[in-house]
Design a protein around this ligand. Structure first.
Ligand SMILES: Cc1ncc(COP(=O)(O)O)c(C=O)c1O
Length: 487
């Protein structure tokens, strides 16, 4: 029951709930430029602060929202801040955040086109624009999913369908029992979500053949050729456009040539090349960077994200597949109580995704693309890369700071030598981790850590539309302060 002074469940007072939400959202978003980036409290005190038994009686919606906003605030990480550089995380563009609010208000279960034509149409148009921006074949099928994890899974399900069908096995009907062996080839630097996708699909992460990479973390075509040489049956090769640590893009023309040689032996339909481009695929939308991702259009499928570099709010990934038939066979679903998808020409979103009920993510993607325009997407990608290079050059001149890899896209990797020098690896590892922790604690900006080729490193990922030169300058100063301190 709603509380006194508010509408009943039958006649809700939306204003009482949405106005405090609007105020709290505005205060958070407008406060981002000066807010400490890291959360003020850790997981345990956060949980302790709100962990109470469910009360017997409800509360007025407005009170719930006000209390929720107040209670959550100390545990919020300012991920949409222009000075958040952790992992690979974008911040929602204003039009996309607003569209996402409307998505919740409209509350469309967007699996089917006939009952939710607006959700289906905006999604279809947004996906078409993305395929155009990324200069991929217009005949590709595509889907909005939760993230690159599910985009990889969706694409690899289509791959599994097609390569096994080429060997006369219907995996959708028969499963993997009695199926011919599928060889899986991945880069030694593949993202772990590719391995999880293989696990989810019954293809086995442990069986994947790993191809050696170069010093930047890009797949070596000579090593790929050596791995492919003994293969002749159904095979799925997973390349990567954008290494999560270095941003390195696999050399796609040479990889595609090697895969084509295998196709010539094993059969065109027996071999599938998938490209995980969670953020790096967006290089194809930039006139300056496009050449680096050239050749990736020759892959059979691509996974990417809108919530990373396109700056839609969480969550939204994108699966794009060159063989719509394999894609649809892997995903489509039929039920007597649903509109017959064959009875209408409209694209049914749920036929292309692993989800049945689903959020109408297309509104936010459409809004982000409309706010930016093609030129704006290109500028966003270029600007983030410029800032990543600025980080590397401003940090690289500080004594005891090593930039571990050339900046290829929007990722910079830096390591900090202990101020006492001496080049002790373990001490430099510990100092690097301390620098990351001190920077996070200070709160001017937020970077995450990693291990790159056995060395602890700070990862700096510039993925936010609002990051400017001042954010970079303030963040470099914060890192320099943290580096100057001794443990
Ligand atoms: C190359 C790559 N693939 C996949 C993923 C997973 O993306 P998501 O978190 O959207 O599932 C990431 C995340 O950073 C990534 O960098």
């Amino acid at each position: 029951m709603a509380g006194e002074g508010e509408g009943s469940m039958n006649k809700p007072d939306w204003r009482a709930a949405l106005e405090p939400a609007f105020e709290a959202a505005l205060s958070y978003l407008e406060g981002l430029p000066e807010r400490r980036v890291r959360p003020q409290v850790g997981p345990d005190p956060m949980l302790a602060a709100i962990d109470e038994p469910l009360r017997e009686h409800g509360l007025p919606a407005g009170d719930v929202v006000r209390t929720l906003a107040r209670a959550a605030d100390p545990g919020l990480n300012a991920m949409p801040s222009g000075r958040f550089f952790g992992w690979v995380i974008g911040g929602g563009l204003p039009a996309a955040v607003a569209a996402d609010w409307l998505t919740s208000a409209w509350d469309q279960n967007s699996g089917m086109a006939p009952p939710t034509p607006a959700a289906a149409a905006f999604e279809q148009v947004a996906l078409r624009w993305i395929v155009e921006l990324l200069e991929l074949p217009a005949t590709c099928s595509s889907a909005l999913v939760t993230g690159a994890q599910m985009a990889n899974t969706t694409c690899l399900a289509a791959a599994r369908n097609r390569v096994l069908a080429s060997a006369g096995h219907d995996v959708e009907s028969e499963g993997l029992i009695g199926a011919p062996r599928v060889s899986i080839v991945v880069s030694a630097e593949r993202h772990d979500t590719v391995l999880r996708a293989l696990r989810l699909l019954g293809l086995g992460a442990g069986r994947a053949l790993a191809v050696a990479t170069d010093a930047r973390g890009a797949m070596r075509p000579d090593a790929l050729r050596a791995v492919l040489a003994p293969l002749s049956g159904p095979t799925i090769v997973c390349a990567q456009i954008g290494n999560v640590n270095t941003g390195a893009i696999d050399p796609m023309p040479a990889i595609c040539d090697a895969v084509d040689e295998l196709r010539a032996r094993a059969g065109q339909r027996a071999v599938w090349l998938h490209a995980d481009g969670a953020f790096g695929l967006w290089a194809r939308a930039s006139a300056k960077l496009r050449d680096r991702a050239a050749g990736s259009e020759r892959a059979d499928s691509w996974a990417t994200d809108a919530h990373k570099w396109l700056n839609t709010p969480y969550d939204c990934g994108i699966a794009i597949v060159k063989d719509p038939d394999a894609h649809r066979r892997a995903m489509a679903v039929r039920a007597a109580y649903l509109p017959d998808p064959d009875a209408h020409a409209a694209r049914n979103p749920m036929d292309w995704t692993p989800e049945f009920s689903r959020r109408a993510r297309g509104f936010a993607v459409y809004a982000a693309l409309r706010q930016l325009g093609a030129q704006g997407v290109c500028e966003l990608i270029d600007r983030c890369c410029d800032h990543a290079r600025a980080f590397a050059s401003q940090l690289g001149v500080l004594p005891g700071v090593r930039v571990l890899c050339p900046v290829e896209l929007n990722q910079a990797l830096v390591r900090f030598e202990h101020p006492d020098g001496g080049g002790d690896r373990a001490r430099d590892d510990a100092h690097t981790r301390d620098v990351v922790r001190r920077v996070q604690d200070e709160g001017t900006c937020f970077m995450s850590e990693t291990v790159w080729q056995g060395l602890a490193a700070m990862r700096i990922s510039v993925s936010n539309w609002s990051t400017d030169e001042d954010d970079v300058r303030r963040s470099v100063a914060s890192i320099a302060r943290a580096h100057a301190l001794r443990t």
